[in-house]
Every structure is written in C-alpha cells, then in structure tokens.
Design a binder for this molecule. Structure first.
Ligand code: F6P
Length: 328
C-alpha cells in the first residue's frame, strides 16, 4: 500500500458517543502501523480553526479503548459555518502539513466535512459516531449498541418499581429524529407500547392499547417514548393526558437524558470502532475521499458522504410487529 498521505488529522465532533475513543485509538495506531504521522485535533471544527492540535503517538492512546466520551473533546462551531472560518481551518491544515482528515461524528459533522471538501478539494473520510444510529450507510453507528444496553438496564430497574407498585411508567429515551433506540429497547425491555417519530400511533390508539392490557390482567406497564416522537405532546403531557382518561392508572415519568450517552463502550462498539479506524486510514491511503465507513452484513462498506447525510436510515418495521405481538 504506497500512498502520498504522510500526515492524517483526526477529530470528533457533535454529540459524544461511547466508542469514539476506541476509534481515535484505532486511527492513531493504524497511522503508526503505516508510518503515517497522526495529529489529534481538539474540540472538532473549532479546534481546527484555532489550531488546537497535537501529534498523537501509538502510546499516547493507551488505556482509552474502555472509556466513554472523547479524549479529543467535542464542540459545535459557529465559526466553521462561515467561509472565513473554513478558510482559517484550511490554512491551519496546510501550515501543519496535514494531508487528510478522519472525522468521527454524526450528520452535522459530515455536512461540514462535505462543504470543506467541496471548497478546498480536501481529502476527508467519516466514521459514524452517534448513539442515535440515524445515519444512512451503516447498520450500526458507534455508541448505539452501548446506549441500547445502558437504556435496557435502566428500564429493567424502572420495571422493578413499576411492578412493585402496579404503576404505568412513561420512559423517554434519546433520539431527536429517530426511533432506533426506542424501538429496540422497547422490545428488549418488554415495553407495552413504543412511541417513535417514524410511526404516529396516535393518542386514541395508545389509550385503546393500554385499556386492552389492563383488561387482560396487566397491573403495571412501561411505555417507551422516543425524544423525537411526533404524537404532539411531550412525555409529561402524554402522561397527563393518559391520567385524565384512565384514572385507574398510577402514572410516573422518567426522562433518561444524558445518562444514555456516557459510559464504557460495549465490546461490540469497541470492535466496530477498531475496524472502522483501520478502514478509514487505509481508505485515505488508497486515495478514497468524501466517503463514510459503515457496516452492513458484518462487512465494512463505504458510502458517499452526501448519501450518508441525505439518505434515511430506516427503522426495522419487523420489530414493530414483534413488539405488537409481544405486548399481547
Ligand atoms: O445526537 C445525539 C443526541 O443524543 C440526541 O438524541 C439528543 O437529542 C441530542 O444528542 C442532545 O444533544 P445535546 O447534548 O447537545 O443536548
């Protein structure tokens, strides 16, 4: 594998997710393996503009594979949205002699990368890192598997109280625009109903379903609500609405929030991050640019960044049916 790439920059941007550190480690060590210098850029695009970066050796990423968050930190950069900001970022890359960038993040990160590539023809490759799993071109994003396990564990605990007190719990989980987390943990944690942005169940059907389960002898229930659910009511309003119509239920609400985003990555996320990091660096060495690394049928694949950003990551319709059958 001979390549003109001698120096690669790596950065994380957007919301942190478990597995980002494992991906940074993989990029750094793949560079070291191929005798390429690797530079870590701090605070995403903002650090790039400010020249906040340092060389990372294979040893400098020791003991991070198991850590959540990102050692390179993350930030949302208003400056990078301006042509002046991007010009400054490009100048810094030239000044440091960095030939290509590995971007670890979600669709916002990739959109920035695409614009940058368009304006300067700068070589870019993306690694999807977000707990939401809402990126087209990969079955799994880094952090998603860990978040599922975290959320299922949390709901299991809530279930203890729900069943001890015969209560109905509404549990809000993350997913601004996507119901992947809600749908999967809903099935995995045995939820009565799952409300996701992709499917509008509607309030009358929710009441109908809860009434049916009450009549069938269920004394406690869990309803999982995705943050981005479009029922028209937030989780607290939803609970109030159900309480008004079904006074028999003793209702509580739990919003899991940011506890879903942190924590030590699962083995799956660590392995995926390691594989994706190798693929990202070696793709750049092969002259590939403006693509995202993804996984499908356990094979690493490359998807053009614009498709990754614009394409829709479809939810698993079969899981909806499975969930309906399971809540019989
Ligand atoms: O994009 C991941 C995500 O966790 C969303 O599900 C959530 O809406 C958002 O980040 C929260 O972002 P912030 O940390 O900026 O509040």
């Amino acid at each position: 594998m001979s390549s003109s790439i001698k120096k690669i920059g790596v950065m994380t941007s957007g919301g942190d997710s478990p597995g980002m550190n494992a991906a940074i480690r993989s990029v750094v060590r793949t560079c070291a393996f191929h005798k390429i210098t690797c530079v870590g850029i701090y605070r995403g695009y903002q650090g790039l503009i400010e020249g906040d970066m340092e060389e990372l050796s294979a040893r400098s990423v020791r003991n991070i594979i198991n850590r959540g968050g990102t050692i390179l930190k993350s930030a949302r950069s208003k400056d990078f949205r301006t042509p002046e900001g991007r010009k400054k970022a490009h100048e810094n890359l030239l000044k440091e002699g960095i030939d290509a960038l590995v971007l670890i993040g979600g669709d916002g990160t990739f959109t920035g990368g695409m614009i940058f590539n368009e304006e300067f023809g700068y070589p870019i490759i993306g690694i999807p890192g977000t707990i939401d799993n809402d990126i087209y071109g990969t079955k799994f994003t880094l952090g998603y598997d860990t978040a599922l396990n975290t959320v299922v564990e949390a709901i299991d605990r809530i279930r203890d109280t729900a069943s001890s007190h015969d209560r109905l719990f509404f549990v809000e989980v993350m997913g601004r625009d996507a119901g992947h987390i809600a749908l999967n943990v809903g099935v995995g944690a045995g939820a009565e109903e799952i409300l996701i942005p992709e499917e509008n169940l509607g309030l009358p059907r929710l009441l109908e379903s809860l009434e049916k389960s009450r009549i069938s002898g269920k004394t406690s229930s869990i309803v999982v609500v995705a943050e981005g659910d479009k029922t028209g009511k937030n989780v607290f309003e939803l609970a109030e609405y159900v309480e008004e119509h079904m006074p028999n239920y003793d209702i509580r609400v739990t919003v899991l929030g940011h506890l879903q985003r942190g924590g030590s990555p699962s083995c799956y996320d660590r392995v995926l991050a390691s594989r994706m990091g190798v693929k990202a660096v070696e793709s750049l060495m092969d002259g590939v640019s403006n693509y995202m690394v993804g996984i499908a049928n356990d094979q690493l694949i490359l998807t053009p960044l614009d498709q990754a950003v614009k394409g829709k990551s479809e939810i698993d319709k079969e899981l909806i049916r499975v969930s309906e059958i399971m809540s019989t």
